[in-house]
Design a protein around this ligand. Structure first.
Ligand code: HEC
Length: 147
């Protein structure tokens, strides 16, 4: 009986020692160290060449005047005249606005139209039927009509 109790005591003491021994460092030895996180990968912006264009890119001020002429005949001549001499809409040849406003403003006028007048909006963004590139072509064509 006494032996049994002594064994029990020994066991408790040993467990105690074990626990105490463990206390300063609870992790068992020979554990593989927790890997430190790799430094975050900093994404560098991809060059423009990698961007896949979804539509013909705009080239403001670089429109194709020949394409613009065809677009004018089909869409604008009815109001501005076959020779852009004017009609329902003002003459667009030798036109002070075209000469002085700059490509952005001319583009905007065609794209957005003139609210409250017969001049409609032509850009697809505004419910028209022309792409931005086509409007650039019209701008280029209108420039060829100025002297
Ligand atoms: C339904 C008739 C109509 C059609 C079609 C039309 N326009 Fe016009 N446009 C006008 C009228 C009217 C004005 C004058 C608006 C105003 O009083 O500001 C005008 C104004 C303009 C102006 C500004 C001129 C200025 O001196 O301020 C430009 C540029 C222009 N139109 C380009 C075009 C182009 C390019 C097309 C074809 C894609 C076109 N228009 C089609 C009626 C039309």
């Amino acid at each position: 009986m006494a032996l049994r109790r002594a064994c029990l005591m020994m066991l408790i003491v040993m467990l105690g020692l074990l626990a105490a021994g463990c206390y300063p460092d609870p992790s068992p030895p020979n554990l593989t160290p927790i890997p430190t996180l790799a430094p975050p990968v900093i994404l560098t912006p991809v060059g423009a060449a990698a961007v896949i264009p979804t539509a013909a890119p705009r080239q403001p001020g670089q429109g194709n005047a020949q394409d613009g002429q065809a677009l004018f005949a089909a869409n604008c001549a009815a109001c501005h005249g076959a020779e852009a001499q004017g009609g329902v809409g003002p003459a667009l040849k030798n036109n002070q606005f075209i000469k002085t406003a700059g490509n952005d403003k001319i583009f905007q006028t065609i794209a957005d139209g003139r609210t409250g007048t017969a001049m409609p909006a032509w850009s697809q963004a505004k419910g028209g039927k022309l792409t931005d590139a086509q409007i650039d072509n019209l701008v280029a064509f209108l420039h060829t009509l100025q002297q």
